[in-house]
Design a protein around this ligand. Structure first.
Ligand code: SF4
Length: 358
């Protein structure tokens, strides 16, 4: 129904640029020195770390220990908004740094690596997206959080994976039809839940689209008691086996709340750090990726999230490098769709399995 396919390139990183592991290869002494230096610099600069669940445990631990925050993308921005720090060090990917800047233009926003981006953001270039919107002026433009500031500036609404279905239903009740961008899988999932009239941009997350249904079914058969938790950026063929489909926050909450000991988890494996912290007596199993049919590294870990390292964090704090800048004009326009979501979320007061995230 109404699905269109703009030309989208393949945005995988070349194999030689994909970081090998989820943790930086550091010996204990080096890790301790860097951790202590990062804490010292955070205090000196009146800075806090705002980190995504998919980043390395090293960074999440410092964020938690030094007055920062670890969460999903929208909550990261909310936290930044409320923080008294002068500098927010956003450990995540570029659109998260931009969103922090949009909501906190007076603050300095640093990132460990400005090259850390997202295939959804890269797959939705503002010029092409604007042309597409121009061709369908009768439609409400709803974009996922995983977009550039310039794309948000063109949108009527920004949504997160946890809020998308509710927002679309709310607007659908008013008779609206939609342009949805950029994630085709999340768009298809929302459409399956709402039957909304959506023109869907054909972007995808290089991590989530690697999860494979056949192998997941085999794993589920081998672990019949396990609950399957799936992020909706995954293909519908994978979502069909989910006990819970939800955002990163929803997945962590489900692991705590559900009466099960084993969980098969289809999202970036960076989330396992917080899941294990939140539910230490439970067992988390990675959902299978492409295996023999792999087209990329297929490791269930975002190569851009993995660019956030302790060494780069310390370097950014020491030198002030990797600051995020967004034009004031874009900030003004991009803030509107984000604020709409924040106000909607406030009204709805979603409680069950979290209302946030990317
Ligand atoms: S995990 Fe996927 S959606 Fe998240 S930042 Fe990486 S590429 Fe983007």
């Amino acid at each position: 129904m109404n699905t269109i396919a703009p030309v989208i390139e393949d945005f995988r990183l070349p194999p030689e640029r994909v970081p090998e592991t989820i943790c930086e290869a550091l010996d204990d002494e080096e890790r301790l020195l860097l951790t202590n230096r990062a804490k010292e610099l955070l205090e000196q600069e009146n800075a806090v770390i705002v980190a995504h669940y998919y980043t390395a445990p090293d960074l999440q631990l410092i964020a938690d220990a030094a007055g920062g925050y670890v969460s999903d993308s929208l909550d990261m921005a909310r936290f930044g908004n409320e923080s008294r720090a002068d500098t927010l060090v956003v450990c995540g990917v570029r659109f998260m740094g931009e969103t922090a800047k949009i909501l906190n233009p007076e603050k300095r926003i640093l990132m460990p690596d400005l090259e850390a981006t997202c295939s959804l953001d890269l797959g939705c270039p503002p010029e092409q997206f604007n042309a597409f919107c121009d061709a369908h002026p009768d439609r409400t433009v709803v974009v996922y959080a995983n977009t550039s500031a310039a794309v948000k500036a063109r949108a009527d609404w920004m949504v997160t994976s946890g809020s998308a279905v509710e927002v679309i239903r709310h607007l659908q009740d008013k008779g609206e039809k939609f342009i949805w961008a950029p994630d085709k899988y999340l768009g298809e999932y929302v459409q399956s839940q709402t039957d909304a009239d959506m023109l869907i941009w054909q972007g995808s997350c290089v991590v989530h689209e690697e999860f494979k249904a056949k192998e997941l079914l085999e794993l589920k058969t081998a672990h019949p008691e396990a609950k399957v938790l799936v992020h909706p950026e995954s293909p519908a063929s994978v979502i069909q086996y989910a006990d819970v489909v939800g955002s990163t926050t929803a997945i962590i909450n489900a692991a705590v709340d559900l009466n099960a000991r084993e969980f098969i988890v289809a999202t970036d494996k960076g989330i396992f750090h917080k899941m294990q912290e939140a539910a230490p007596d439970k067992l988390f199993i990675e959902a299978p990726t492409a295996g023999k049919s792999a087209t990329c590294k297929s490791c269930a870990h975002c190569p851009w999230m993995a660019m956030n390292t302790l060494k780069k964090l310390v370097n950014s704090l020491e030198t002030g490098s990797n600051e995020i800048h967004v034009d004031m004009d874009i900030i003004e326009r991009a803030r509107r769709p984000i604020q709409r979501l924040l106000e909607f979320a406030e009204l709805q007061k979603w409680q069950i399995y979290g209302a946030n995230d990317a």
